[in-house]
Design a protein around this ligand. Structure first.
Ligand code: NAP
Length: 288
């Protein structure tokens, strides 16, 4: 193993989470920094919730250029920032912070993690079409915002915890534009009907993470040619992904989201575009 090259001028970024030992982000970003000839280093910053405020102030004071934020800090970190993009504010979560002359600006690059592979890799045009989003937690908030950014016509939200989906609908109001946003009960006939008309169905629940045949909706509801966006990245192929492909549609794997949120974060911190293929290979290698 070669030692990382750290100099007196090395610029630091990191990841706040609790725990963080399973993160795939350090090898992905450090490979991209080295590839672009940048003397930068990405480090894990394991921080318990009660120390988050001190830790955020500490890294800003120590000259860090920015950081990522993961579970359980994505909402709580917002209270410690100077600025938050309107999109991240509406989503109610920040996953990337840029530090500029001591000022902290919060972004949500999970939205790019959804939009980039959906548009540039799967070539989905959601303009005026129907999207169904299963789950209304953290990942769903970014995916819903991405659907609105892509000009979705009708966005259907569902969660086994119905008030959670209602809260998400309310929070999305500033980003809604002309889109219709509806909450439908999990497992209902109305949801089955909506999924049957959807151009895109996204799974933002953990269902499918442990059992490769588990699905948060009946896969028989999926229409021909549908695109399934799967947030889960720990399974090679979920039942929902397989069903989309069996119907002549496409399936986008959760690892694409992890990759592209990182690509956008890299660009925000450094002002440079990374080599996406190289970051992808580093991610794949770290996952093995
Ligand atoms: P979360 O905040 O817990 O949200 C999941 C939501 O789905 C919860 O509200 C949950 O309700 C609901 N739910 C569970 N089963 C359901 C079902 N059968 N039908 C409808 N709703 C259901 O979790 P999260 O952080 O958003 O993560 C969700 C998934 O996305 C996880 O697999 C995570 O690993 C993945 N993820 C991927 C990325 C990526 O970069 N690819 C990023 C973030 C998250 P209850 O709380 O009542 O169970």
């Amino acid at each position: 193993m070669t030692a990382p090259r750290v100099t007196g001028k090395t610029q630091l970024v990191g990841l706040f989470g609790w725990p963080v030992e399973h993160t795939l982000s350090p090898p992905m970003h450090n490979a991209a920094f080295a590839d672009r000839g940048l003397d930068w280093l990405y480090v894990p910053l394991p921080t318990p919730p009660e120390r988050l405020a001190d830790a955020v102030r500490g890294v800003a004071a120590a000259g860090f250029r920015g950081f990522n934020v993961t579970i359980p800090h994505k909402e709580a970190v917002m209270a410690h920032l100077d600025e938050i993009t309107p999109e991240a504010r509406a989503i109610g979560a920040v996953n990337t912070v840029v530090v500029t002359q001591g000022r902290l600006t919060g972004h949500n690059t999970d939205v790019d993690g959804f939009v980039m592979p959906t548009t540039t890799e799967a070539h989905v045009d959601l303009g005026g079409k129907v999207a169904a989003l299963i789950g209304a937690g953290g990942a769903a908030r970014a995916i819903a915002s991405g659907c609105l950014r892509m000009g979705v016509g009708r966005l259907v939200l569902t969660d086994i915890d119905a008030p959670k989906a209602e809260a998400l609908r309310g929070d999305l109001e500033p980003l809604r534009g002309d889109a219709r946003i509806e909450v439908l009960p999990a497992g209902s006939d109305a949801l089955c009907e909506a999924v049957g008309t959807a151009a895109l169905v996204a799974n933002a629940t953990p269902v499918g993470m442990h059992g490769p045949d588990d699905s948060p909706i009946d896969v028989a509801w999926l229409p021909e040619g549908v695109v399934v966006f799967e947030a889960i990245y720990t399974q090679p192929r979920t039942a929902l992904m397989r069903a989309a492909e069996e119907r002549g549609g496409k399936a986008i794997h959760g690892l694409r989201m992890l990759l592209h949120q990182g690509v956008r974060a890299f660009a925000l911190w450094t002002g440079m575009e990374p080599d996406v293929g190289l970051m992808e290979r580093a991610l794949e290698e770290a996952r093995r």
